[in-house]
Design a protein around this ligand. Structure first.
Ligand code: AMP
Length: 215
């Protein structure tokens, strides 16, 4: 398959805010938000064959086998609602994935990398909660829901991801530096990478991303 829609790739270490930005941006642009992490977690929840294969990797903060994620992404891109454009969140995470994605895309992606200091990432992730229904993201101190444990938007139950503990987040940061940082260089060389200070209020970051996309 060849994907002909617009592609925005949001990159950044765990808890850099890429999920929050991806949801808002997709809504604004009328694009589909594709998070490989969400797709994988859904498989784990439903105890599918894929879910059973990936659970251990995810709980340990490791990358899941490449072929499997690429296949999941391809299937999602093929769906009708993705035709106009997509915001990718959590993919690509390795050079191989970036190369595979390039084969699928008709035109060059726009890549946005959110930069946030490590101490801040750990603080953010341990307090992070997400809606089990609509994936809206909250933080117990910085952005709490009106009612504890309940999503403001859809009343779904809020969950704390099993990989958002300090030990696992540190491992995810190591994985990011080792496997995902080279992907940033790959896009920098292609002239499609934009880095953004992610240590600011989400609304301000979103405005910056929107102005980038309108260039
Ligand atoms: P995320 O929700 O993006 O933080 O992803 C959660 C976890 O899902 C990661 O720590 C990995 O175990 C797995 N995962 C998500 N996307 C990928 C990917 N593109 N390649 C490999 N593993 C992934």
């Amino acid at each position: 398959m060849v994907f002909g829609g617009e592609t925005v790739i949001l990159m950044g270490p765990p808890a850099s805010g890429k999920g929050t930005q991806a949801v808002s941006l997709a809504k604004e642009k009328g694009f589909v938000h594709i998070s490989t992490g969400d797709l994988l977690r859904e498989n784990v929840r439903q105890q599918t064959e894929i879910g059973k294969q990936v659970k251990e990797f995810m709980d340990a903060g490791k990358l899941v086998p490449e072929a499997l994620v690429i296949e999941l992404l391809k299937k999602r891109l093929e769906q009708d609602d993705a035709k106009t454009g997509v915001v990718l969140d959590g993919f690509p995470r390795t050079l191989t994935q970036a190369e595979e994605l390039e084969k699928l895309l008709q035109s060059k992606p726009i890549v946005v990398s959110l930069e946030v200091p490590d101490e801040e990432l750990i603080k953010r992730s341990t307090g992070r909660r997400s809606c089990s229904q609509c994936q809206q993201i909250y933080h117990i101190y910085f952005n709490p829901p009106k009612q504890e444990g309940i999503c403001d938007q859809c009343q779904g139950a809020l969950i704390h991801r099993s990989d958002d503990t300090e030990v696992v987040v540190k491992e995810r940061l190591n994985v990011y530096r080792e496997h995902t940082a080279p992907v940033l260089n790959y896009y920098r060389k292609q002239g499609v990478l934009h880095t953004i200070d992610g240590n600011r209020p989400p609304k301000v970051i979103l405005e910056d991303i929107q102005s980038l996309l309108n260039l």
